[in-house]
Design a binder for this molecule. Structure first.
Ligand SMILES: C[S@@+](CC[C@H](N)C(=O)[O-])C[C@H]1O[C@@H](n2cnc3c(N)ncnc32)[C@H](O)[C@@H]1O
Length: 227
């Protein structure tokens, strides 16, 4: 079956990673190199069956699969899926999760679908889907840029949420202080130039760029999505 038959194309937010594996490899290696986001998720998620929404190449899901925790990696873009990773892969989108009610003990998404550019109605739709598939009281964690750091300051457009809409939905907000740490200044300029333009990247002369990450944590059945 191709994407048209799945009906996924209209629902997938385009991401460069499937078409540019080399650049995505730099991003995944440099971003949060000290593993603070994975450490946070490891503490927030139960050692049970957990869903990763928009899992990308399965980087985070693989690291969280340990000590009795199984992670189902759901990803709509077939080019992102890395079957060399020993994960349960499922094709699907956040708007219409292909799972039965109460199938998971918890769920999370890292920089996927629940993004600053996603309108409130679509965020609410995705959160309702998460509440449907996560058993009552189970944690739901959304990870995104927090802003107020050197990384997001390079952007001319807003690439972070101020957290207010997540608080309104009933999520608590935690900020994780981390960084992008590159192998060289050239590598930093390459990725950040790709994100923000060559002019911005030309001013970079460090291998480490400060990065603040927001983790929005809610509980299934306790959120306010308007339904
Ligand atoms: C920025 S990448 C993040 C990947 C991964 N979570 C990570 O942290 O490395 C965003 C991912 O979301 C996926 N995506 C796009 N539209 C989606 C949707 N509607 N529902 C779920 N995932 C989606 C993309 O295909 C891409 O793999």
């Amino acid at each position: 079956m191709d994407d048209t038959e799945h009906g996924l194309n209209d629902l997938v937010i385009p991401f460069y990673g499937g078409g540019d594996r080399r650049m995505f490899a730099i991003e995944r290696r440099a971003m949060d190199r000290d593993g603070r986001v994975v450490e946070f998720l490891d503490g927030a998620l139960p050692r049970a069956r957990v869903l990763d929404v928009g899992a990308g190449d399965g980087y985070t899901a693989e690291l969280l699969t340990r000590n009795g925790r199984t992670v189902v990696a759901m990803e709509p873009d077939g080019r992102m899926i890395d079957r060399s990773k020993d994960l349960a892969w499922v094709r699907g989108v956040a708007q219409e999760l292909p799972f039965h009610d109460d199938s998971f003990a918890a769920a999370y998404a890292t920089w996927a679908y629940f993004l600053p550019g996603t309108v409130d109605d679509h965020i609410a739709l995705g959160v309702r889907e998460l509440e449907r598939v996560v058993a009552d009281g189970g944690p739901i964690v959304i990870v995104d840029n927090a802003g107020g750091d050197a990384m997001t300051a390079l952007s001319d457009r807003p690439i972070f949420d101020d957290g207010s809409r997540w608080r309104r939905l009933g999520f608590d907000v935690s900020v994780i202080e981390t960084s992008f740490r590159f192998d060289s200044v050239e590598e930093a300029r390459e990725l950040l130039g790709f994100y923000f333009g060559a002019e911005k990247a030309a001013d970079i002369d460090a291998t480490e760029i400060g990065f603040r990450v927001a983790a929005y944590v809610g509980r299934s059945g306790r959120l306010t999505t308007g339904d």
